[in-house]
Write a protein that binds this ligand. Structure first.
Ligand code: NAD
Length: 314
């Protein structure tokens, strides 16, 4: 049985990934400091008994090395992060501490203990800055200017992965994720707007839209995103790969779609657009089929329907 480590394993994406890996008969070690992750997200994983182990630990801590030595993971999925744009604007140092120093601790431990590969959760929604051309290609990361400290830390991480591959023999794939949405999502995350809108509408309240609502994002469903991580275990060596749909969806359109699913008729209010937010993004996903044998299969209507059903407790 292959042992893998999932950092950020109690988070939105990390907990779904752990569930999927366990279903595929991997032994899963999960590390999370529960800063935004939740023990409740682990309930399915815990049903696997000894095949699943959880450590409440900070990825920057010295305790990470003994954990690598003891469990000897063959693959590391690095998802632990300060995962919000807004907190990074308020506190760039904390963002860098978790997202850069935390990554380096994990990479150092991986290189020293013979981990075969690190699969990294990069951010397609922020590392390209405001792209000159849409949809954004992976190659445009080289000359991009991220608008937030979060985007900067997620972009520099890919350079560190390249360094560890060249000089320390540690393979990697970096997945530039679009705005991932679905059951268990954290309203503070990049695609938080889906959970926030749906929760408000279900409570009979009209959500606020920041900006004019014409800003666009590339929304990708959680199951599709998780599938990309699994595909990358044996594919996509040394690559940055976009994981999205290639489609731009405006916040106004998203509002209408969620309102239609819920049967909500209220009109949104509009507030100022916070700094660090992009105008438009969509990811060019033409590389993913050959790089990691992946393409998205969930239509936005269906994914939003599942998310709303989850929030209703169905
Ligand atoms: N959700 C998205 O739309 C999206 C898009 C692009 C990239 N990502 C990336 O995917 C990863 C997972 O994001 P998510 O949406 O599941 O967010 P999340 O906040 O639910 O998950 C991040 C997890 O990391 C944990 N964590 C934070 N700091 C830690 C530390 N110092 N030590 C150990 N654990 C720590 C948190 O408790 C949380 O469980 C992140 O790296 C994020 O940047 C997410």
């Amino acid at each position: 049985m292959t042992t893998v480590l999932v950092t950020g394993g109690a988070g939105f994406i990390g907990s779904h990934l752990a569930d999927r890996l366990l279903a595929e008969h991997y032994r899963v070690i999960s590390v999370d400091d529960l800063s935004t992750g939740r023990i409740a997200n682990l309930s399915e994983a815990r049903g696997y008994g000894k095949e699943f182990t959880f450590f409440n630990m900070d990825v920057r801590s010295e305790g990470i090395m003994p954990l690598f030595e003891r469990h000897r993971p063959e693959v590391v999925f690095h998802l632990a992060a300060q995962a919000g744009v807004r907190p990074s604007l308020e506190d760039p140092a904390t963002d860098a501490s978790v997202n850069i120093m935390g990554l380096l601790n994990v990479l150092e431990c991986s290189a020293k203990t013979g981990v075969g590969k690190v699969i990294y959760a990069a951010s397609g929604g922020t590392i390209y800055g405001e792209p000159k051309r849409l949809p954004a290609k992976e190659s445009s990361a080289q000359a991009s200017h991220p608008l937030s400290p979060y985007g900067i830390s997620k972009k520099v991480a890919v350079d560190y992965l390249g360094f560890y591959q060249r000089y320390r023999g540690l393979d990697f794939t970096a997945l530039a994720l679009g705005n991932v949405y679905g059951p268990r999502q954290d309203p503070r995350g990049e695609a938080g707007v889906v959970g926030i809108f749906a929760a408000k509408m279900l409570a009979g309240e009209a959500p606020m839209i920041f900006g004019d609502g014409n800003q666009t994002r590339d929304y990708v469903f959680i199951d599709d995103a998780v599938h990309a991580f699994v595909q990358a275990v044996s594919r996509g060596s040394g690559r940055l790969v976009n994981i999205g749909t290639g489609l731009e969806t405006s916040v106004n359109h998203l509002y209408r779609m969620i309102a239609d699913i819920i049967g909500f008729t209220g009109e949104p209010s509009y507030g100022p657009l916070p700094a660090g937010e992009l105008r438009r993004i969509a990811l060019d996903i033409s590389a993913a089929p050959s790089a990691i044998a992946w393409k998205p299969w969930t239509h936005l209507e269906d994914g939003l329907g599942e998310t709303v059903a989850f929030l209703k407790g169905i």
